[in-house]
Design a protein around this ligand. Structure first.
Ligand SMILES: *[C@@H]1O[C@H](CO)[C@@H](O)[C@H](O)[C@H]1NC(C)=O
Ligand SMILES: *[C@@H]1O[C@H](CO)[C@@H](O)[C@H](O)[C@H]1NC(C)=O
Ligand SMILES: *[C@@H]1O[C@H](CO)[C@@H](O)[C@H](O)[C@H]1NC(C)=O
Ligand SMILES: *[C@@H]1O[C@H](CO)[C@@H](O)[C@H](O)[C@H]1NC(C)=O
Ligand SMILES: *[C@@H]1O[C@H](CO)[C@@H](O)[C@H](O)[C@H]1NC(C)=O
Ligand SMILES: *[C@@H]1O[C@H](CO)[C@@H](O)[C@H](O)[C@H]1NC(C)=O
Ligand SMILES: *[C@@H]1O[C@H](CO)[C@@H](O)[C@H](O)[C@H]1NC(C)=O
Ligand SMILES: *[C@@H]1O[C@H](CO)[C@@H](O)[C@H](O)[C@H]1NC(C)=O
Ligand SMILES: *[C@@H]1O[C@H](CO)[C@@H](O)[C@H](O)[C@H]1NC(C)=O
Length: 890
């Protein structure tokens, strides 16, 4: 058994939880009750036929299917979610979805559907949600939606519907709650013609239509809560006839942004809803500053207002106390207004305000916010012209958690600037002109978790600057001009997890207070050694970004202070060689970026214990220019196989790698190197020989994988063993199948065209085929073991693909276990192609079997077909495995 372990652990990569249909993957949910088939992005022209009947969720999105025909979803009576979005569907047969009695969600968006016939959705009695957005729909049958008795949400946005009459069938759906008809060609919207049924609508989206007429009569749309009228194109004016009681009682959200309606027209629209229950009002980009006193009126008209969006309305100055009556407002958006000035007390009355957005304006000072009650939590002052923070600017904002000052002109900050902000968690000061932080940050900032100082002009870090920031987790200082870091600069940052220092001018000279290691070649620029103790005192650090720092050496002790390191970026440092001991203290490293580091070999990885590594990139290294010499020997076979077969590994530009050794392979493409000529050995996976890599991107947990293979193998063997015990404990039962057929999916055509017609249809055998007879939802291994024991014989269809495939070798393994136990030969070997002896050499067991027993060969000459089928019949009939004709392996 031990001998074969090598072969097997090489093959078993796939997770036990999933298996592949033809080109789809089937997975079960964690609770095992939900079966999902993923067939997305597989270039399917038609709906694949082998979807298991039990499937609950089928994702066929982003293929190139152009038609749906009647039997496409036959038998899928448990299907709940069907996603066919992003195809080219332009035609659907009547009754296509007829069998989908359990379907709840149907996504047909992003197709090319132009009309829906009366019978398109026949049978979808359970459908709840129907997505038809982004098609070309112009017509809908009068009865199309008639059978959809459960439907609650219909999305018909981005289509070509030009009047409500075409939507009649939708509007007649009783209990329809949400209707999206944005971006069609609807000019008139009137409830006059509405059937009674649609009066229960909660959400109506008519945005992005060329509306010229909108009328809602009293008591119509009496349940409406959300009305989206944004992006209306009403250049010729909008005729607005809304009964004063029509939309007032239940209305909660009103979106009116960015339409072409002139401001006075808008005002009259708002007036029809005076005293309504609107809580969320979005009136952005409407040039409202043209309307005198509009700010004052908004809160008078909508006394329940909580969220008010006023972006892009050209309010350059706001004076007086316009928000005096906005006592319920919690969130106020005034960004993109060109605001230059906010007079004192402007925000008086906003007693419940929690979030204030003033970004992208022209404010030169931080506005006087003393009028605001102390409840403010978020203050966004991004992209203004603020130069200085004054004493007490924020002093009374005791509850502030998030302060954003990115993109201003601040040159310096002082300790007391943030005094009193005891609750502050995020402070963003990136993209300013800060030259220096002369004093430590205020001791008030004891809850600060994120501090951003990227893209400023700092040239030095001083001792103790961050010493009060005991909770700081992330410190971003990339893209400054830091050339000096005093000892103790990071003092106090005991919780820091991420430190961004990339894009600075840290050089050797500036680190002379540190214990720097000598004897290294320095270029004029002063290439850098990261001081071995530079990360001392940062025990929680998880992420280190040390890109483009001109490092040419990393001392082995550098990361001994940071045992929790998970992420390390060393991109753009001319390292050349990496000492494996650098990673001895970082067992949790998951991501390692080594692009453009001039590494020539990944040898060092073998001497590390990076069992958690998931992402390793080694892109653009120097060797690339030298056409990346790769040794094409069996020692490197693991790499090639890993790159090609592990679904979690992706090696970019793999096909550009060429062999440079040994001499006989020079110039050959690496991918053409036939690894199956190598004797596969258990130890090879652990052996990383010297090779050079260029443009390699690998996503993998390498060591973890090696272990998992073995775990999977042991698991499967145990399954077979247990099953065997179980079977033997029971009285002999009749076999369900005559033969289980083990084959590779590349040979499926042969199975469908030759094997099934001959054995099942002509000779009457009952075969077990995994694509057809496996129970979905069951672990693949269980399925294999089950099927083999439920069949009298096992036929292995041997081809190159079969030998290379992992599942097939498992099947042979199980069959051999049974063979050994039952002392009865159940294995029938059929060679589908000529395989030279050399190709069999890595497959010890196969070679042994072939030597020991006889086998059948699919004739190249069609005249011998009949003889072949006759021999196969004899083999299936026979109880000892005699195949009629002896052909010895040469
Ligand atoms: C099982 O999981 C699916 C999908 O995650 C979920 O929809 C379903 O409700 C779960 N069923 C049970 C019984 O927990
Ligand atoms: C359908 O597929 C699209 C694209 O793959 C995806 O974004 C979406 O979440 C899927 N929706 C459902 C309901 O499966
Ligand atoms: C439907 O599919 C589209 C396009 O693939 C996707 O963007 C959208 O999120 C999906 N909708 C749902 C509800 O899954
Ligand atoms: C969409 O369908 C129309 C005919 O209805 C056809 O002319 C057009 O080429 C189709 N577009 C795509 C992208 O399939
Ligand atoms: C409706 O469909 C449009 C277009 O596909 C999409 O952008 C929008 O998010 C959808 N809305 C909902 C609520 O599904
Ligand atoms: C619609 O409802 C009104 C009263 O709400 C009723 O008078 C009218 O007959 C109903 N129309 C239909 C077609 O049911
Ligand atoms: C706020 O409401 C009070 C009472 O209705 C009114 O006197 C006052 O003028 C209003 N303030 C503004 C700014 O409209
Ligand atoms: C801010 O306004 C308050 C009155 O609302 C005033 O007492 C205070 O002096 C002002 N602060 C500054 C810095 O102007
Ligand atoms: C890897 O870890 C194992 C056990 O923790 C230890 O025996 C071995 O020396 C380590 N190897 C390296 C290269 O650090």
């Amino acid at each position: 058994m031990h001998k074969t372990l090598g072969t097997l652990c090489f093959c078993l990569v796939m997770s036990v939880e999933s298996y592949s249909l033809n080109h789809c993957t089937v997975r079960t949910s964690h609770n095992k009750t939900f079966i999902m088939a993923f067939c997305n992005q597989m270039n399917f022209h038609i709906v694949p036929r082998d979807i298991p009947d039990q499937t609950n969720n089928l994702d066929l999105s982003q293929n190139v299917i152009s038609q749906l025909v009647r039997d496409d979803f036959k038998n899928l009576r448990f299907l709940k979610v069907l996603n066919v979005s992003g195809n080219h569907i332009s035609w659907m047969a009547d009754g296509t979805f007829k069998d989908l009695v359990a379907l709840e969600v149907l996504n047909l968006s992003k197709n090319n559907i132009s009309s829906l016939s009366d019978a398109t959705f026949e049978g979808l009695g359970s459908l709840f949600t129907l997505h038809l957005g982004e098609n070309q729909i112009q017509s809908i049958g009068q009865a199309t939606f008639q059978g959809l008795t459960s439907v609650r949400l219909v999305n018909l946005s981005f289509n070509g519907l030009c009047d409500l009459e075409r939507l009649r069938s939708v509007l007649e759906v009783t209990h329809l709650k949400e209707l999206y008809i944005a971006n069609n060609n609807i000019g008139r919207f009137s409830t006059d013609r509405f059937p009674n049924a649609s009066l229960q609508l909660n959400v109506l989206d008519v945005s992005r239509n060329p509306l010229s007429h909108f009328s809602v009569k009293a008591n119509r749309l009496a349940c409406l809560q959300t009305l989206d009228l944004s992006f209306l194109d009403s250049t010729d004016g909008l005729q607005w006839e809304v009964s004063s009681t029509a939309l007032t009682h239940t209305m909660k959200r009103l979106y009116l942004s960015q339409s072409t309606i002139a401001a006075p027209g808008l005002l009259s629209i708002l007036q029809t809803m005076v005293n309504s229950s609107v809580e969320y009002l979005k009136v952005s980009h409407l040039n409202l500053s043209q309307v005198p006193g509009v700010l004052q009126k908004v809160c008078l008209w909508f006394p329940k207002l909580q969220i008010l969006y006023l972006q892009g309305n050209n309010f350059v100055r706001v004076e007086g106390t316009p928000f005096e009556n906005c006592t319920q407002v919690t969130s106020l958006e005034l960004s993109w207004n060109g605001l230059e000035e906010l007079s004192e007390g402007v925000f008086n009355g906003l007693n419940r305000l929690r979030r204030l957005f003033l970004s992208h304006n022209l404010l030169q000072t931080i506005p006087n916010l003393t009028g605001l009650a102390s409840g403010l939590e978020t203050l966004d002052l991004r992209n203004n012209q603020i130069e200085k923070i004054h004493l007490n600017d924020f002093a009374h904002l005791r509850n502030l958690r998030y302060l954003n000052l990115v993109g201003n002109k601040i040159t310096t900050i002082q300790s007391q600037d943030f005094d009193g902000l005891h609750r502050l968690e995020q402070l963003k000061l990136g993209n300013n002109l800060i030259l220096d932080i002369p004093e430590p940050f205020s001791s008030s900032l004891r809850n600060l978790k994120t501090l951003e100082l990227f893209a400023n002009k700092m040239s030095a870090l001083r001792k103790g600057t961050f010493r009060n920031l005991h909770s700081l987790v992330s410190l971003k200082m990339a893209d400054n001009q830091i050339s000096q870091i005093e000892e103790g600069s990071f003092q106090g940052l005991s919780k820091l997890k991420s430190l961004f220092l990339g894009g600075n001018k840290i050089t050797m000279k500036t680190l002379n207070t540190w214990n720097v290691f000598g004897g290294l070649s320095l270029l004029d620029d002063g290439l850098l050694n990261l001081p071995a103790n530079s990360l001392q005192g940062l025990p929680s650090l998880k992420r280190v970004y040390a890109n483009n720092l001109n490092l040419n050496f990393i001392h082995p002790n550098t990361f001994t202070y940071t045992p929790h390191l998970q992420f390390l970026e060393l991109t753009g440092n001319p390292l050349g060689h990496i000492d494996p001991s650098v990673f001895h203290a970082t067992p949790n490293l998951r991501v390692l970026y080594l692009d453009s580091t001039r590494v020539q070999s990944l040898d060092f990885l073998i001497h590390t214990n990076l069992t958690e590594l998931q992402i390793l990139t080694v892109d653009s290294n120097e060797i690339m220019r030298k056409k990346n010499p790769f040794t094409c020997s069996c020692e490197n076979a693991w790499f090639l196989n890993w790159s090609l077969s592990d679904p979690q590994v992706q090696v970019t530009f793999l096909n550009t790698f060429t062999c440079s050794h040994p001499a006989s392979y020079v110039g050959m493409k690496l991918v053409d190197f036939k690894t199956d000529l190598c004797l596969v050995d258990y130890e090879f996976v652990c052996f990383i020989s010297s090779f050079s890599i260029v443009a390699v991107t690998m996503v993998a947990a390498s060591v973890y994988h090696y272990l998992r293979w073995q775990v999977a193998y042991v698991y499967y063997y145990l399954m077979a063993f247990l099953y065997d015990r179980r079977q033997r404990a029971q009285p002999l039962q009749a076999y369900e199948y005559d033969a289980f057929v083990s084959y590779n999916r590349n040979d499926e055509l042969w199975v469908l065209k030759e094997l099934i017609p001959n054995l099942e249809e002509k000779q009457g055998w009952k075969l077990c085929l995994h694509h057809r007879d496996f129970e979905p939802g069951k672990a693949i291994v269980e399925n294999i073991v089950d099927s083999i024991y439920r069949s009298r014989k096992t036929i292995c269809l041997i081809s190159r693909h079969f030998l290379e495939s992992e599942w097939c070798s498992r099947e042979m393994q199980v069959a051999s276990v049974r063979l050994m136990d039952e002392k009865e030969d159940i294995l029938v070997l059929v060679f589908l192609e000529d395989l030279p002896s050399a190709q069999l050499s890595p497959y010890h067991r196969m070679r042994k079997l072939v030597k020991r027993k006889t086998y059948l060969k699919w004739p190249q000459n069609r005249e011998e077909d009949n003889l072949f089928w006759h021999k196969l019949k004899t083999a299936l009939n026979h109880h000892t495995g005699y195949y009629g004709l002896v052909e010895h392996f040469q």
